[in-house]
Design a protein around this ligand. Structure first.
Ligand code: MRU
Length: 349
């Protein structure tokens, strides 16, 4: 696997993931042999980031078919239905998980797949397609964003949305990477992104390897840098875009958007169309995952709070569409009014 690829399927029937919990200090690959393990890896954030979670679910389905002892297509379909339910319960917010499972399940329902081997082949082909399309989509997002980025640009980024959060290359971090590769003079300000520090650990790791100039900043510093340094734009990823243009993303994105608005800094959301959920009308309809209190009370093995304190740990927040300047997709830029323009983009109008 190349240094940052998050996931791959090995011919002998193994899903291999780069364990993101251990980065940047250790590069460890974990091998998974069944869908229960894959679902647990998603829950535990061995793999994370909306597109990567979608690919993991797809490969979890292909793995189930590959390892199945079923002797006929209908028994295998029943096993795959159970796998799909278990994978769907692994994390609630990123729509890519449900999108990928839906795409796999539609393929599996094709009645011309009337043998175990036909289903095995079809599920693996579809999972590979989901993974490879993701890489191509990310590269297109990077190119589509170029016109938004001045030749010298200071850019604030939240969480990790790079190769690690996707199958490879990345969405919002891919925008920064493409701009750098295309010769623009970029300074990225990376929010460290409490509590799991995806910015400080993962985005910094990726940009360091890629030679993109950056500074890691604490989440609360973004307003200060906007006022004092002059920030040209913010670019973030998303776990789900609602039909009205509201976006769910890593906790703290909303704060960043509001402070960007206050300072007149454009706020862009990089979103593959696989993250746009036209069935969810409004951001408030998106389920926000609540994660364990220990993510907040401890940093590594160090407990930073008194014993037994009450903790709120929503993993995501919703940024209302009114704070978003444009959504960058692989099909082009989407501007307000989002309800109308997302519907056009997604072919619903
Ligand atoms: O909890 P995580 O690390 O899975 O959250 C990831 C994010 O919020 C990303 O910004 C989002 O999934 C987009 S990744 C291209």
């Amino acid at each position: 696997m190349n240094a940052f690829r998050s996931i791959e399927f090995l011919d002998e029937g193994i899903v291999r993931m780069l364990d993101q919990r251990k980065l940047p200090h250790e590069t460890v690959y974990n091998d998974y042999e069944n869908y229960t393990e894959v679902a647990q890896a998603i829950t535990d954030m061995v793999i994370r980031g909306a597109p990567a979670i979608g690919a993991a679910a797809a490969y979890g389905m292909a793995l189930t078919a590959h390892r199945s002892k079923a002797t006929d297509a209908e028994s295998l379909r029943a096993e795959l239905a159970t796998a799909s339910d278990v994978l769907a319960a692994s994390r609630p917010t990123a729509v890519n998980l449900f999108w990928a499972l839906d795409r796999m399940n539609k393929g599996i329902a094709n009645s011309s797949l009337d043998s175990v081997s036909a289903l095995q082949k079809a599920t693996l082909t579809e999972a590979h397609a989901i993974a490879e399309e993701d890489v191509a989509i990310n590269k297109a997002i990077g190119m589509n964003a170029l016109s938004l980025i001045p030749d010298k640009a200071t850019i604030i980024h939240h969480c990790n949305t790079g190769s690690l959060a996707t199958v490879d290359y990345g969405t919002a971090l891919g925008v920064i990477r493409t701009a750098h590769e295309q010769g623009k003079e970029i300074l990225a300000l990376l929010d460290e992104t409490r509590p799991r520090l995806q910015g400080g650990r993962l985005s910094a790791y990726e940009l360091k390897e890629q030679g993109v100039p950056f500074k890691v900043i604490v989440d609360g510093a973004s307003g200060h840098f906007m006022r004092t340094l002059g920030v040209d734009l913010c670019v973030v990823g998303t776990d789900r875009v609602a039909a009205n243009g509201d976006v769910a993303n890593k906790i703290g994105t909303y704060n960043l958007a509001v402070v960007a608005h206050e300072n007149g800094v454009p706020f862009y959301v990089a979103a593959p169309t696989t993250t746009i959920d036209m069935a969810t009308k409004h951001g408030d309809d998106i389920e926000i995952e609540e994660r364990p209190a220990t993510e907040v009370t401890t940093v590594g093995n160090w407990q930073i709070t008194p014993d037994g304190v009450d903790v709120g740990n929503p993993a995501f927040d919703v940024t209302p569409a009114k704070y978003i300047t444009a959504i960058i997709t692989e099909k082009g830029l989407v501007y307000p009014p989002f309800e109308e323009n997302l519907a056009k983009l997604m072919g619903k109008e």
